[in-house]
Ligand binder design. Structure first.
Ligand code: PEP
Length: 258
């Protein structure tokens, strides 16, 4: 049985990855902070820029996030940032399980689940990223892979932990490649993910924001947002360009007004 999503504000999140300088980050942040949107806007800068961006966002409705967080509270974990530190410097959200963290930094499903749990324990809102590689899609494993990634979090944290969390479906083959999933391909997975969570708790599944990520741009955002189970976007490349970011937020605003 289909599980309909309930109406929630769309979320457009921009992950700046390891890009930017003091000057470019200032320019981008001020451009975004100057506009008002009906959708929720979230920027996710590299960790060293978090205090700078937090200050520049003061008084605006744009939210701030961390690109990753440690699963540990404190201690001898060189290079890591704890959830408490992220919160103390103004972050409200944190990405967990971005495919680059999984692939390049060998983050396992269990570690991602521990990071999700750490976010929930401290009050950061986790944005759990899941998605299949091209090889996995071509061998018919898409659902199995993304369900496994979600199940690891369900097993560790329980379905209740998805209340107020965010899920991002990001097919790895669409990230940074210019190859977007078609609205239909994306919607099939979003609906399947919502259904899967609804098996544990329909209310939480219905209220969960599921973002699509993978080469979203100003030209394809409206078509993606028109799909019922797509509640916003996680941007990479487009988030580095104030005009493109703004245009995507405007497409989300327009979808919310329909
Ligand atoms: C991402 O890295 O999460 C992403 C979606 O990147 P891009 O928009 O550049 O494909």
């Amino acid at each position: 049985m289909a599980c309909p999503p309930v109406a929630v504000a769309m979320l457009v999140a921009g992950n700046w990855k390891m890009n930017g300088t003091r000057v470019s980050v200032d320019a981008l942040t001020s451009a975004l902070a100057a506009r008002a949107h009906a959708c929720e806007v979230l920027v996710i800068p590299p960790a060293v820029f978090v205090p700078q961006v937090s200050a520049a966002l003061s008084g605006s409705t744009v939210a701030l996030g961390s690109q990753t967080v440690s699963e540990f509270e404190s201690g001898a974990y060189t290079g890591e940032v704890s959830c408490t530190m992220a919160l103390e410097f103004g972050c409200r959200y944190a990405l967990v399980g971005h495919s680059e963290r999984r692939a390049l930094f060998a983050e396992s499903d269990a570690q991602v689940a521990a990071k999700f749990a750490a976010c929930k324990a401290t009050g950061l809102v986790p944005v759990l990223c899941v998605g299949e590689t091209l090889e996995e899609r071509e061998s018919g494993e898409t659902e199995a892979v993304v369900f496994r990634q979600v199940q690891a979090v369900l097993d560790a944290c329980g379905v209740g932990a998805f209340a107020d969390a965010v899920l991002a479906y990001e097919p790895v083959w669409a990230i940074g490649t210019g190859k977007t999933a078609s609205p239909d391909q994306a919607h099939i997975m979003h609906a399947a993910l919502r259904e899967r969570l609804a098996e544990s708790n329909a209310e939480i599944a219905g209220g969960l924001r599921i973002l699509y990520g993978g080469s979203v741009n100003a030209g394809n955002a409206s078509d993606l947002f028109a799909e019922r189970d797509i509640d916003g976007a996680l941007l990479g490349g487009a988030a580095l360009d104030a005009e493109a970011f703004e245009a995507i937020c405007a497409a989300a605003d327009a979808e919310m007004a329909r």
